[in-house]
Design a protein around this ligand. Structure first.
Ligand code: FES
Length: 71
């Protein structure tokens, strides 16, 4: 789903940006451009940052997921 219409950035791309270290809206904008236009998507970007922080920020890699399921 496209989160930022101005820059055509998807929620997936924003999550990747957050998972690789973007800690605020400016960092997200620097990395993928989301939020650098009209600003309408910034509340959504804030929610995604908060959600990532609540989930421990980084998603497990596919190897880590495989390790978990093997237990
Ligand atoms: S919709 Fe993201 S900056 Fe306009």
């Amino acid at each position: 789903m496209i989160v930022c219409l101005c820059e055509g950035v998807s929620d997936r791309r924003v999550r990747e940006t957050i998972n690789t270290g973007a800690k605020d809206i400016k960092c997200i904008g620097d990395e993928c451009g989301a939020g650098t236009g009209c600003g309408m998507c910034r509340p959504q970007l804030r929610r995604m940052l908060k959600e990532a922080a609540n989930n421990g920020h980084h998603r497990p890699t596919s190897t880590q997921r495989a390790d978990k399921s093997a237990r």
